[in-house]
Ligand binder design. Structure first.
Ligand code: HEC
Ligand code: HEC
Ligand code: HEC
Ligand code: HEC
Ligand code: HEC
Length: 207
């Protein structure tokens, strides 16, 4: 009897463990933290057509994409929806000269090195790591950002690379009839993409 119980306990623990490691609690996928203002990329990017760089101004120059200051919101919202309760935290932040505290959606452990500019200036699109942001009413994490996720691309970046003008675009596809792998290899030559060896070297991402 004790043996059967012990066995049943092991089965339950394995099942729970498997569930945990696949669940969003562990992987972060579909994590959607509540924000001080319910900012919608679906509205501002998908419908109004704003470019990522309008708000994430440092994404091409630095390791950080950065989140916009309230001034940027106010270029429009000092004229539009000026009294909306929803936007009160933006107005307060400007009046009190205190930045809005947006909650992080993506957060790598500190022992990992990551650089936005190195990716977006070399043909790696926002969409590859953040998904269809233009369809998100609230910003959601779409990829695990685990080491395996990074390495899957670092081992074979060709099919994910895009021409420079398509890096910020959502839903871009190569013209019909174009061989994606071949196009990718031409792009790798153009961007001087480092070798697989270099891109999978531990010291690239860990000091
Ligand atoms: C009108 C301004 C605006 C534009 C345009 C914009 N964003 Fe954002 N973005 C924000 C704000 C504000 C936040 C912080 C609140 C949030 O996470 O929703 C944010 C957050 C994000 C985050 C999550 C950051 C984190 O904490 O991990 C990602 C990813 C992102 N934006 C990607 C994009 C991409 C890709 C584009 C272009 C397709 C884009 N954004 C265009 C304003 C903007
Ligand atoms: C280029 C102009 C522009 C900028 C910049 C802009 N917005 Fe908007 N925003 C709009 C428009 C247009 C609407 C839609 C109004 C409507 O549909 O009646 C809107 C709507 C909203 C809404 C209402 C809810 C919804 O449907 O999304 C919120 C909240 C909001 N914006 C927050 C922000 C924040 C926060 C920022 C800065 C990070 C920002 N906006 C920057 C133009 C802008
Ligand atoms: C190769 C993958 C990758 C690409 C491409 C990428 N991001 Fe990110 N992004 C990340 C990771 C990983 C983080 C979390 C970084 C951290 O925790 O240090 C992040 C964080 C962010 C943040 C939060 C603030 C910050 O800088 O940490 C914003 C905003 C953002 N990304 C926007 C963008 C936009 C806009 C683009 C395209 C112009 C883009 N990202 C392209 C992987 C990527
Ligand atoms: C969709 C493809 C793709 C994904 C996903 C991706 N990378 Fe990269 N990464 C690249 C490419 C391509 C380069 C080489 C860019 C160049 O120099 O041409 C690169 C370069 C780098 C570099 C070197 C930057 C420098 O300063 O030269 C680091 C560090 C890095 N990636 C970290 C990461 C981490 C960490 C992740 C996961 C969170 C990640 N990457 C996910 C494609 C990707
Ligand atoms: C392209 C970037 C990249 C490269 C190259 C890379 N790592 Fe990682 N590594 C990561 C990321 C991202 C994480 C964080 C995963 C998470 O969020 O738990 C990580 C986490 C780890 C961890 C913590 C445990 C774990 O698996 O989560 C260890 C140990 C590790 N890496 C060792 C290595 C070794 C050894 C190499 C070389 C063979 C290597 N890494 C190469 C990106 C990289």
């Amino acid at each position: 009897m004790a043996l059967i119980l012990a066995f049943a306990l092991v089965v339950v623990m394995v099942a729970l463990g498997a569930y945990y490691f696949q669940s969003p609690y562990y992987s972060g996928v579909d994590r959607t933290p509540a924000q001080p203002v319910p900012f919608s990329h679906k509205h501002h990017v998908g419908e109004l057509g704003l470019d990522c760089r309008y708000c994430h101004t440092s994404v091409e120059q630095s390791s950080f994409a950065g989140v916009p200051e309230s001034e940027i919101c106010m270029t429009c919202h000092s004229q539009l929806w000026t009294n909306a309760d929803m936007l009160a935290p933006v107005r307060d932040s400007l009046r009190d000269d205190k930045p809005l505290r947006w909650r992080r959606v993506h957060d790598l452990p500190d022992y990992v090195r990551f650089d936005h500019s190195a990716h977006v200036n070399n043909g790696v699109p926002c969409e590859a790591c953040h998904g269809r942001v233009d369809r998100m009413p609230l910003t959601t994490q779409k990829k695990t950002l685990f080491m395996q996720f990074c390495l899957d691309c670092h081992r074979n970046p060709a099919p994910r690379l895009r021409p420079p003008d398509a890096v910020f675009e959502m839903g871009w596809e190569a013209r019909r009839g174009v061989d994606r792998q071949q196009l990718g290899e031409r792009l790798m030559a153009r961007y001087h993409t480092p070798s697989t060896e270099r891109l999978t070297d531990c010291s690239l991402c860990h000091q």
